[in-house]
Unconditional design. Structure first.
Length: 509
């Protein structure tokens, strides 16, 4: 039996016994399980982000006649109707964060109690039903009242998929992958979400026309594409037939070490470093996606028209760096150092971007530079979150995987909601900078339409503070790694003792 350090007796439940089986095995089927988990995340990420880069088109299609001034009502023959005060695209996006926070505990409970199989079915099912309703809402003949409520209901159902698949990644990595592949499996699973962002930002740019009437079929075609992907993913889900392999892949997965759910939650919140990790990982997540989801109006005001493609490049860079970070952490086990490096990179990119967005686009070079900055932001910000989830399992072992990762995900969703609200609200404030919203400057063509400078200042300040906080506070202990090393050492000691005693027994006979 592994003896637990007295230092941790107040907040760590030690495994009650060593696993009796010291031979571990990995199965080829683990890659299929991982692929399905990745595809669910990819599909849901595309559904979530697909309306962010075409907010004006979404508002035009779903807002009723009361938002159109001068009695135009957004006629189908009006190619560029004026729209005032409609925020359908903003709330369609925020629904994902709200539902993620509210439904997170339920997702943790289901995943911990019923395992990977049930949780995967729930994730793919909600994802499919959500985009199905959203597709129906985009039928041009649908009435104004029906289309917006079908949209919101579809978004709620699609968002309900998140509490299940987001906590799946650490559990799939723990139960199906050996210790030298866990960080990579976790990184791949979470990197699938940025690839969904790539699909969800590029597809609207290709399908939605820049100038479109209110009742066109563009949104219907976009949603139909996402529905086809969700259908394929749901069918593939039925290829998963068990929640864990017959033989465990590692010592930690072989041991039934997790305390009951409520006891695990209680002990989770008595671990000081876990609070630090909640803030550090959550801010990396929130800083990246709050900018991506709120950047459209700001970039259009600066003269950048193809922001969807730049956001896709950011996600691709994050996907690549997540794989590299997964390989690196699997080999070195330097979890905290990797996260600190990511926060430093985010802070540096934020400061450069703060200087850059204070002037209008002057041509192709500026567009390339903006794309490079967004790629650098994705390169540093996206891998920090999956590595943080894996670090969460290390620091909270032996508490259940879904509990620790689920709480980190809920915290990240909450911080993203707050950051998005800040990014949406600050441009309307008449503080520090003059914009066209300032009294007496409505017709000044040299000013921005809103106070975007204040918005990017606040975002940069938070990025720098998050970097300082993480680098000075994150000093975790790797308890799962210590347990596995102790298990291997004891197994070797037992084997060597058995070999040494065997000749004596033979001589006595």
């Amino acid at each position: 039996m592994v003896i637990c350090d007295n230092e941790n007796k107040d907040y760590i439940v030690c495994p009650s016994a060593m696993p009796s089986e010291t031979t571990y095995r990995t199965y080829t089927h683990r890659w299929y399980v991982l692929i399905v988990t990745c595809l669910v995340a990819l599909s849901n990420g595309a559904i979530w982000i697909s309306f962010s880069s075409i907010g004006s088109n979404v508002n035009m299609f779903y807002c009723d006649k009361s938002y159109f001034p001068n009695g135009t009502g957004g006629r189908s023959d009006d190619k560029n109707p004026v729209l005032i005060g409609c925020n359908v695209s903003f709330w369609a996006n925020q629904i994902f964060q709200i539902v993620g926070c509210i439904g997170g505990i339920f997702g943790i409970f289901v995943t911990d109690k019923y395992g990977i199989l049930v949780s995967t079915y729930c994730a793919s099912g909600f994802n499919f039903l959500g985009i199905l309703l959203r597709t129906l809402s985009s039928v041009p003949t649908m009435g104004d009242g029906s289309r917006i409520w079908l949209l919101y209901l579809g978004q709620i159902l699609a968002a309900s998929s998140q509490p299940f698949f987001l906590v799946l990644s650490p559990k799939v990595a723990e139960y199906w992958f050996a210790d030298h592949q866990r960080a990579l499996a976790n990184a791949l699973s979470f990197a699938a979400n940025p690839m969904g962002v790539v699909l969800g930002t590029v597809a609207p740019e290709l399908i939605i026309h820049l100038s479109t009437g209110r009742n066109t079929t563009d949104l219907l075609w976009l949603n139909a594409l996402l529905l086809a992907l969700a259908t394929v993913v749901m069918i593939m889900t039925f290829g998963i037939r068990s929640k864990k392999p017959p033989t465990p892949p590692s010592a930690s997965s072989a041991t039934d070490h997790s305390p009951p759910l409520l006891e695990g939650f209680w002990k989770l919140f008595t671990i000081p470093v876990f609070y630090i990790l909640m803030i550090s990982s959550g801010m990396c997540f929130a800083l990246q996606w709050s900018l991506i989801t709120s950047i459209e109006d700001m970039m259009h005001a600066l003269g950048y028209k193809f922001i969807g493609f730049a956001s896709a490049l950011s996600a691709i860079a994050g996907f690549s760096s997540s794989i590299l970070a997964g390989f690196y952490v699997d080999k070195t086990k330097r979890f905290s150092e990797t996260i600190k490096g990511c926060t430093i990179g985010i802070a540096v990119v934020a400061c450069i971007m703060n200087v850059f967005v204070r002037h209008h686009s002057n041509g192709t070079f500026d567009s390339i530079l903006l794309a490079c900055l967004l790629m650098m932001l994705g390169f540093f910000a996206i891998p920090a979150f999956p590595i943080s989830l894996e670090l969460g399992l290390e620091t909270t072992f032996p508490i259940a995987e879904a509990s620790s990762s689920g709480v980190l995900i809920i915290a990240a969703q909450l911080l993203l909601f707050l950051m998005s609200a800040i990014m949406n609200a600050t441009p309307r404030l008449d503080w520090f900078y003059t914009s066209k919203k300032s009294e007496g400057h409505e017709l000044d063509s040299d000013l921005f339409d809103a106070n975007y400078q204040l918005s990017i200042d606040v975002w940069t300040f938070i990025a720098v503070v998050a970097c300082i906080f993480t680098c000075s506070s994150l000093w975790p202990r790797y308890k799962r790694l210590e347990y596995e090393q102790s298990t291997v050492a004891q197994a070797r000691e037992t084997n060597s003792t058995t070999v040494a005693e065997t000749p004596k027994e033979l001589s006595l006979s």
